[in-house]
Design a protein around this ligand. Structure first.
Ligand SMILES: C[S@@+](CC[C@H](N)C(=O)[O-])C[C@H]1O[C@@H](n2cnc3c(N)ncnc32)[C@H](O)[C@@H]1O
Length: 255
């Protein structure tokens, strides 16, 4: 039987790799490295560098594969994502069937942790549903949320309180709780800064966490929103893209 490992590699710093991940990587024959276009080429390089750095032998190889661009979402979000996952599933099946010999082990190196805003596991379930003879296991990684809270030296939750983790697109839908926002293109932050219910919130923001370009800002949203926007633009100008995440703590009664 062929086997696949889905390995969380942490959110930017190669030192985020766990011992479990390092040990598992030494047993992988083929790493499947996604290529999401030129602007993300450096993320591909990070994965290649991690392999070269931690695997103590040379009996491994990597195979790139392209991820089709996701169509722009207007409406019918679920249908669009469903079709997109089906197309990626085609690539996974091809990789597993053509690049792995019987008994060999392949691996996907997933940014952060595979459980958080990542579809590798969902797509592998589609692969299994198609009857492909493969098993898979998951090795957890440090998420960007943990990288954010560690960088700011804060607990994620207030004592006994819940935390919502959501996307920029959904920020604002019932945000009376502390909320972590991921996958924002900057618009959610601007919306929150203009929203009377949120603009007094305290924000902990981080970009390029764990990398040499790490940027951190914290303060009342209405006070620091412009500074964050300027920092986002600066990173985007340098890299062509920016990955950032933030925790919003709405102001409480008397707080
Ligand atoms: C597709 S999600 C993947 C999340 C990942 N699985 C995790 O565990 O963090 C990508 C989003 O994660 C966040 N992110 C990932 N790495 C980051 C980093 N080094 N610095 C800031 N945000 C990061 C950003 O919100 C980005 O838009």
């Amino acid at each position: 039987m062929r086997k696949v490992l889905v390995i969380g590699i942490g959110a930017g710093n190669p030192d985020h790799l766990t011992m479990q991940a390092v040990r598992a990587m030494a047993g992988v024959d083929v790493f499947f490295i996604p290529d999401k276009g030129a602007e993300k080429g450096s993320l591909r390089q990070v994965r290649e560098d991690i392999c070269a750095r931690v695997i103590p032998h040379s009996a491994w190889r990597s195979v790139g594969f392209s991820i089709p661009a996701r169509p722009k979402v207007q409406d019918g979000y679920r249908t669009i994502v469903d079709d997109w996952h089906e197309a990626i599933c085609d690539s996974y099946v091809r990789l597993i069937e053509t690049e792995l010999a019987e008994g060999q082990c392949g691996a996907f190196l997933v940014w952060g942790d595979p459980s958080l805003y990542d579809s590798t596991l969902r797509i592998l379930d589609r692969v299994l549903a198609r009857g492909v003879a493969v098993t898979y296991d998951v090795i957890p990684g440090i998420t960007s949320v943990q990288a954010l809270t560690a960088a700011h030296r804060i607990p994620l939750n207030r004592i006994g309180e819940p935390v919502l983790v959501t996307t920029g697109r959904k920020l604002g839908q019932g945000t009376q709780h502390d909320t972590v926002v991921m996958l924002d293109d900057g618009q959610a932050l601007q919306r929150a800064a203009a929203d009377p219910a949120l603009r007094e919130s305290y924000i902990y923001w981080g970009a390029c966490l764990g990398t040499g370009q790490e940027m951190l800002v914290q303060g009342r949203l209405c006070d620091v929103a412009a500074r964050i926007e300027a920092a986002r633009q600066a990173v985007r100008t340098t890299n062509g893209w920016v990955m950032d995440v933030f925790l919003l703590r709405p102001r409480t009664e008397g707080g």
